[in-house]
Design a protein around this ligand. Structure first.
Ligand code: C2E
Ligand code: CA
Ligand code: CA
Ligand code: CA
Length: 279
């Protein structure tokens, strides 16, 4: 099969042997990617629906390999999860994102929240609390400016333990978002038990929104339900104006997607933030 691995690169696999070979090579390269400074972060804005302000971003990792080019996190994050590398990658992401927030704070750029993705496997087996606690301490960062995006799978295995960890994080002041909402085995029962601040409605609910009235009922109902439970709602994967219009009419809190912004470089975030600032 053919697989797109970078902007200009198509890799053809004749058999799974080749893909295993690529996997082994990627893994050995991935172990050294951080020390070779091959990772960078992009920041995708979450646009405030009511005011169009840009002051919240999600950090998304990028791996640029000297010979393979850019490798998507959809490919290397699962590899890192299987091989225990995810903990050090998350630490690199958290440190870099929190450091960037400090730089923005010190130069008067009013970005007031960064969201960081935390893999289910790391959330379940690693010490996420200690990692984020130590980093906000080291950078003297207000914990309320840091949000962790976790998925339903992070909490399904052992919900009592997950609730415990989430409570602990929120006592510290860290915010929690439930990512990819609607794609897992979530039941509404979980929604009322989980101590979370933000619900992120997955792109798959947005794709057919404009032409599918049932989807419209589902999305508008989830938004109002989550808000009644005291959560903020972000909708992700918004690519078209008519989708954004509908979501505005449902009073969702934040909209994220290519229609507004792709994942940006820090200097592009600064421009967007200052340009869309309310004074
Ligand atoms: P995610 O957390 O659900 O992130 C959303 C993905 O959708 C990102 O892809 C983003 O660039 C993309 N996206 C945003 N708006 C649109 C849109 O309007 N249309 C389309 N088609 N796509 C959009 P990306 O950056 O390739 O990341 C893919 C996944 O890899 C993420 O999904 C997340 O699960 C994982 N990931 C990315 N960065 C990190 C990280 O730092 N740590 C961890 N653990 N996982 C990460
Ligand atoms: Ca995310
Ligand atoms: Ca997501
Ligand atoms: Ca996703």
């Amino acid at each position: 099969y053919a697989k797109e691995i970078g902007r200009n690169t198509i890799q053809i696999y004749s058999s799974s042997v080749h893909s295993n070979e690529r996997g082994r090579y990627l893994l050995s390269e991935l172990r050294q990617a951080a020390s070779r400074e091959q990772f960078t972060l992009r920041y995708q804005p979450k646009v405030t629906a009511t005011t169009s302000e840009v002051n919240k971003v999600e950090a998304l990792i990028r791996w640029n390999h000297p010979s393979l080019g850019s490798i998507s996190p959809g490919e290397f994050i699962p590899l890192a999860e299987k091989n225990g590398l995810i903990v050090s990658i998350t630490e690199w992401v958290m440190r870099t994102a929190i450091h960037q927030m400090k730089v923005w704070e010190e130069s008067g750029i009013p970005i007031d929240r960064v969201s960081i993705n935390v893999s289910a496997i790391h959330f379940q087996y690693g010490n996420v609390y200690k990692m984020v606690h130590d980093l906000v301490g080291e950078y003297n960062m207000a914990p309320s400016k840091v949000e962790l995006e976790i998925t339903e799978t992070s909490v399904m295995k052992n919900i009592d333990e997950a609730v415990n960890t989430l409570d602990h994080l929120r006592k510290l002041g860290i915010r929690i978002a439930l990512d990819d909402f609607g794609t897992g085995l979530s039941s509404l029962n979980y929604l009322q038990r989980l101590p979370i601040d933000t619900l992120k409605i997955d792109k798959s609910f947005v794709d057919d929104l404009v032409h599918d009235q049932k989807q419209q009922s589902i999305v508008s109902t989830i938004i109002s339900l989550a808000q009644h439970l005291g959560m903020e709602v972000t909708v992700e994967g918004v690519e078209h104006a008519d989708q954004a219009d509908l979501l505005h009419s449902y009073s969702c809190d934040y909209i994220q997607g290519y229609y507004y912004f792709k994942p940006l470089l820090p200097e592009e975030v600064e421009k967007a933030c200052l340009l869309h600032r309310k004074i």
